[in-house]
Write a protein that binds this ligand. Structure first.
Ligand code: G3P
Ligand code: MG
Length: 346
């Protein structure tokens, strides 16, 4: 039958296990749902042989919008209701840095969106590459602000502004200009644009919301991601200064992201399902061995419950190759991953 499944009111929610999903390459590709994803969500919501509901969260390295906006979008794409209480994106943990740094440069994403995300996290003084180009258009010889960008960018004298940290929130829309500005700051005397440090060791710290070198978008082949920008900046810093640059990445496979996910899942199960104990098993479904499988396996070793990695073939991982980090199971699609977990439990 093709009609909507009716979830009976007495549907039981399992407290034994839960699912966590990567998004790009598992549920969505290039803004469109992967066809099996919609049914996979219905299965979790009770359309299964056991009539049980299974709690789930989303853990993506993507970003560029507020969690709220992203959940509205995901709800439409997957035909379910997704709440920020069950959602983490690459930049979500950056929220915890808002009190540590005063003036920050936020890079990436569409227009002013990431500035607004950062301000929503509590960062009190957020500047963008656009503000810097507006103050000194010679900063980027081949990048001129559009009229709209000029209007949105904020007036500021950067000779007097100390930038305390750089955060790449989402994919850069202008690698050349953004890299120039990031390098200028990394080589500056203490975060003042227009200055050069003698030993190149006093620039602000540089943070990336994740480290995916490639990701799965609408093209058949993988596309370069933020991890590629990170590699590029580190290589350029070495080439121009002769020094190694240390940067930090959030997101998967960082253990901190999985700890964050554990707390989120615990809160979500408690608030929406009234379950107060941790699940025995969390099934993590991902497409990128280096982020999803690596992080899940590593976290499994230190976690009190089992984190069980499932690799799908709809994204970064190429069928027929040996994944760099070995999953507990490899299946075709997210629907197969959900079925695999449910059968393993019953
Ligand atoms: O830019 C997003 C991408 O690198 C990964 O997103 O959902 O696969 O973790 P996701
Ligand atoms: Mg993915």
């Amino acid at each position: 039958p093709t009609s909507e499944p009716e979830t009976p009111p007495d549907t039981l929610v399992t407290d034994k296990f839960a699912f966590a999903f990567d998004i790009d390459g598992v549920l969505i590709r290039g803004g469109r749902p992967i066809p099996e994803a919609i049914e996979a969500m219905q299965v979790l919501n009770g359309k299964n042989d056991y009539g049980i509901k299974i709690p789930y969260i989303f853990v993506t390295n993507g970003g560029g919008k507020t969690e709220q906006e992203r959940c509205i979008q995901l709800s439409k794409q997957l035909d379910i209701e997704v709440s920020p209480g069950q959602f983490i994106c690459g930049h979500t943990p950056m929220r915890e840095m808002a009190e540590k740094f005063k003036t920050v440069l936020v890079v990436g994403g569409e227009g002013e969106k990431c500035r607004h995300v950062a301000e929503g996290y509590g960062f009190t003084d957020v500047v963008t590459p656009g503000d810097i180009i507006k103050d000194n258009p010679d900063t980027t010889p081949f990048r001129k602000l559009t009229e709209e960008e000029h209007g949105n960018s904020r007036e500021r004298n950067f000779a007097e502004t100390k930038i305390d940290a750089i955060f790449v929130f989402a994919d850069s829309r202008d690698w050349a200009g953004d890299q120039q500005i990031i390098l200028d700051l990394l080589m500056s005397k203490g975060g003042y644009l227009g200055t050069r440090s003698e030993n190149f060791d006093e620039g602000p710290p540089l943070f990336f919301s994740h480290n995916d070198v490639v990701w799965s978008a609408s093209h058949d082949l993988t596309r370069l991601g933020m991890g590629a920008l990170r590699l590029s900046i580190e290589a350029m810093f070495k080439a121009v200064t002769g020094k190694d640059l240390e940067t930090t990445a959030f997101g998967k496979p960082q253990i901190g992201t999985f700890q964050f996910a554990t707390r989120l899942l615990q809160q979500w199960r408690k608030d929406t399902h009234g379950i107060d104990a941790p699940p025995e098993t969390v099934y993590f479904v991902g497409d990128t061995p280096e982020s999803d499988i690596r992080g899940t396996n590593q976290f499994n070793e230190e976690s009190e419950n089992t984190w069980y990695s499932i690799l799908v073939k709809t994204g970064v991982y190429e069928n027929g190759t040996t994944p760099k980090y070995e999953p507990k199971a490899t299946v075709d699609t997210v629907l197969d991953a959900v079925t695999h977990g449910i059968h393993r439990e019953n």
